[in-house]
Unconditional design. Structure first.
Length: 182
């Protein structure tokens, strides 16, 4: 994995049931279930790094996203495991999408998921031109329930995720990574 050069809190994710990462319902996603019940929102932290192709200007890309669902003591005490069991989810047009399943643009009535993807791409492309250090897009997919989806630009060809799981199989933290094999 490309080591993040900086971490920032990029906002909060509205939680409703399961959480999906990489792609949307129609492509490449992985669903994380048995999340800690109670919080309706969780902070999202992203680890960014500068990526440069040939003579192009460097652009910010994400190599790690962390979604803590409990206090640090519970997360530290939990067992960590490979959350994907060998499954390799695919990014959607070089973007990783993080959202609750209920707020996945393909599941919200009246949403055009392709329009949401184009809007996220527009926001991130503008950020690339501006040299934005924290470059991602948040799309509100369900305004009535404040449901959102976060789109992150990723370069890594490989993906994985880890779950911090308590003895009763409750997930208290999710960590997602994008990486390349050397």
């Amino acid at each position: 994995m490309t080591r993040p050069e900086w971490f920032v809190c990029v906002g909060e994710l509205e939680l409703a049931g399961d959480v999906t990462w990489y792609g949307m319902a129609t492509e490449g996603r992985w669903v994380h279930s048995k999340l800690l019940s109670g919080p309706s929102r969780a902070p999202v932290y992203a680890g960014f790094y500068w990526s440069q192709m040939d003579d192009e200007p460097a652009v910010a890309r994400v190599s790690m996203v962390v979604l803590p669902l409990a206090d640090p003591a519970r997360i530290v005490a939990a067992d960590w495991n490979d959350g994907y069991n060998g499954y390799e989810p695919a990014p959607l047009d070089e973007y990783a999408v993080l959202c609750s399943t209920a707020f996945d643009p393909t599941h919200v009535s009246g949403r055009d998921a392709e329009d949401d993807l184009r809007e996220a791409e527009r926001i991130i492309t503008a950020g690339n031109r501006e040299g934005r250090r924290v470059n991602y897009a948040e799309i509100v997919t369900d305004p009535d329930r404040a449901g959102n989806a976060l789109f992150f630009p990723v370069d890594g060809e490989e993906r994985n995720g880890y779950e911090a799981v308590e003895d009763d199989e409750t997930v208290v933290c999710l960590t997602f990574v994008a990486h390349d094999w050397p």
